[in-house]
Design a protein around this ligand. Sequence first.
Ligand code: SF4
Length: 404
Amino acid sequence: MIHMLVRSAPDAIEKLAQLGDATRYEAAGVEPHSETHRPPRTEGRTGRPDAASVLVDCVSHVATPTGRKPILKAMITTACEKNCYYCPFRAGRSNTHRITFKPDEMARAFDTLQHSKIVDGIFLSSGIIRGGVTTQDKLIDTAEILRGKYQYRGYIHLKIMPGVEYDQLRRAMQLADRVSINLEGATAERLNALAPKKDFAGELLQPLLWAHQIREREGIRASTTTQFVVGAVGDTDLELLTTSERLYRQAGIQRAYYSHFEPVYNTPFENLPAVDARREFRLYQSSFLLRDYLWEIEDLPFLDDGNLPLDVDPKRFYADVYLRETPVDIIHASRHELLRVPGIGPRGADAILRARRLGHLSDLADLRAVGIRAPDRAAPYILFGGRKPLQQLALPGMDSTTTG
Ligand code: SF4
């Protein structure tokens, strides 16, 4: 297969193979936990590609709005004039192999892979050369070619460059299903410590707000995501989640992604310690509570240092502190109160409210019957009309890793 691909789009496919897993730090899907992770490598490879190098390194299986798909994750260029302290593509990093595509070259390579059924979607990012506006034009040009010349109607996720112009963002949102504008730091101060050449308010936060305006005013459906680098510069979970909550409420972002810091050789941060991946996971759980469970930032169990406990699901932590003594009564509770209970998510809460109107709830088996998959997780924290559950299906605390 790969030899046919190399014959039909030789330079571009070879360059994609050299690009390798350059975008491994970028989240491309809807559900971050569903993205296939591979062991990290630090550099692109050289030489002729084989099938495994294209399939394994450039393609990630991610959840998209229309299901799980193999996505080509690629960069227009791995050259960059910025100097973000954590990044393998930063300016002046002499041993970084730089690869640059023309928009039509990238589009042709994608079309080849897409017609070969190797990929069904593209996430396109880039290093920055001659400013964010010029670089953004190249990303937009690539998407224009895909939608126009190649009549591609599938999934496109475009990265938005710092300093993008309003009209460019609008055009990107017309072409793409999703755009991502990565804040990187939770505050201007944190961003300055991570990436001193990026401007938090003007270049990054403003486009996130514009994207919301464009969706609201023009009915363009492209969603927005952002991403943070976690733990390199003293940022706390409280800061990260406070900013995330504001973006959910004020900028209508679909998802905040959290990327735990891992040091890259030959960067200013090469000697900083890697951040525990569990921190990233607790941030995702808490972020979902803020976005989908009507939680406020004050409800989350931050420790004195502003971080979440690593070893316990934040919802379980909250329930153990507040709900063991004052359980939630399934028969009378509001949706908001139901969503405090471990094992009950938004769909489960709605199912309980529906069943309650029909008077069908009296014990844990009834909860299971309406779709609560693990009612035993809820059992220690609930009542049925003032009564404790009649049967306890399993001991509590079987699963301390999931938010339900
Ligand atoms: S802008 Fe910063 S994070 Fe992006 S490629 Fe350049 S150096 Fe890396």
